[in-house]
Design a protein around this ligand. Sequence first.
Ligand SMILES: [Zn+2]
Length: 120
Amino acid sequence: MTITKNNLERLKNEIFKGKDLEWKAAQNLGPVFQFAETSQAWYSNRKGTDIIYVQPKSPENAIATCYGCGSNVLGMEQAVTGWSYSGPGPCAGTGVRTRFVRYCPKCEVEPRSYDIEFTP
Ligand SMILES: [Zn+2]
């Protein structure tokens, strides 16, 4: 398994010609992701990590790949149980929803099939 380090630095130099990337919030990927784009592709980064997914803008159904190792990025559904501290009682469940999670099968550990989210 080869894990390439400094993907963010390499992306900046190779694709953005040394310019600092203008990261934007990635609403559809959730708050842990940010993205930058060129005319060719979207680059999404899991904040605080060196993991970057490349989504070509064409063809429309192009498969996202991992910038670090080139593997096809996989996706899975994760069941998220919500808990809230507000309201009467110590802690109340706010229900279960699903969210789509992307990951690189080589550079990342497969995510759990569930997660827990606490809101104040
Ligand atoms: Zn990878």
